[in-house]
Write a protein that binds this ligand. Sequence first.
Ligand code: S3P
Length: 165
Amino acid sequence: MNLVLVGLPGSGKSSVGRRLAQRLDLPFFDSDVVIEQRLGCAIREYFEREGESRFRDIEQQVVAELASIPRGVVATGGGAVLRDANRRVLQVGAHVIYLRSSPEDLYRRLRHDVKRPLLQVDDPLARLRDLHAQRDPLYRQTAHTIVDTGRPSLVTLVNTIVTQL
Ligand code: S3P
């Protein structure tokens, strides 16, 4: 069974995932990278041109594909838990780890971000608080393990995850 990381943008899914994969000697997949390869353009550009719902359709296909990989570590996009179908496919097909972070910590990491379409607003902290309120229950519902990211180093986080597997 593969390991899938979920959590808000900036929670460290890609960096933790890459390190965790190295540690466990498993292949690493980043769903946003797979989506961008498939789109042939940046997610932000596609989002702005085609709208969120078209993006979510493609994300759903990619999540289903990556959830069914027999052995690997997968970093998902922050919105991967929004659709029922994705939550189901992840719960059944993978071991899901929620990297939980406060909106304030995420804001510290992402305040200069220009890549994430949902954060290109006047008040990104308020947006992160809204996203947290909306999605935290969905991440909890989908995850088999919850890990608080707080401020420990990458190595400490990876160790914490490995001991909980
Ligand atoms: C999104 C998060 C992004 C990316 C897209 C939508 C979201 O991924 O999939 O911009 O809805 O939170 P990260 O969580 O890797 O930033």
